[in-house]
Design a protein around this ligand. Structure first.
Ligand code: AMP
Length: 172
């Protein structure tokens, strides 16, 4: 999948010194690369029985998650930072290197027994994705898989998500 890698822009020292930021906007703006990304995910996640909902994590999971959901004939659900969703929510708190963070989802966004695919642009430590998976499962839905455009293999994201199917298109 290294053909897609050439569309990723690496930005050094963003958002702070020492972080190498993997920017997917250069992939998204290219018509062919965008189609390849969505089509490869759709191919990978066409399942029997099918996926009911694609859950996208704020904010870059929103940039391709709905296209993938459309392609899979699934619905799309946003997982957001606290205080953004207007109706009743469920939330999950998770540990950061320093301190903690929280994500929210509408309480009625997934139904018990539904088959869910969770997507984000990058899996780094896996903390955000694991929190999203725990929240979806608390609502009684099944996390069929987690899909990322980019996997940072030098970080323990995949280990953190042990027990879940984890798929990625590009690895560093
Ligand atoms: P994680 O550490 O896996 O919980 O990642 C937290 C969030 O930060 C994810 O939604 C990623 O999209 C984003 N992220 C983490 N590291 C990077 C990076 N090096 N480049 C771009 N996005 C990142």
């Amino acid at each position: 999948m290294d053909d897609l890698k050439s569309y990723i822009r690496e930005v050094r020292d963003f958002p702070k010194p020492g972080i190498n930021f993997y920017d997917i906007t250069t992939l998204l703006k290219d018509p062919h690369a965008l189609r390849m990304t969505v089509d490869r995910f759709a191919w990978m996640f066409t399942r029997k029985p099918p996926i009911d909902k694609v859950v996208g994590i704020e904010s870059r999971g929103f940039m391709f998650g709905p296209s993938l959901a459309y392609s899979l004939n699934a619905g799309f659900v946003p997982v957001r930072k606290p205080g953004k969703l207007p109706a009743a929510t469920v939330s999950e708190t998770y540990e950061l290197e320093y301190g903690e963070d929280r994500i929210e989802m509408h309480a009625d966004a997934v139904e018990a027994g539904e088959r869910v695919l969770i997507v984000d642009d990058v899996i780094a430590t896996g903390g955000t994705a694991l929190a999203a998976a725990s929240m979806v499962r608390r609502r009684g839905a099944q996390v069929v898989a987690l899909g990322f455009i980019i996997e940072l293999t030098f970080l323990p994201g995949r280990e953190k998500l042990a027990g879940y199917e984890v798929e990625s298109l590009i690895r560093y």
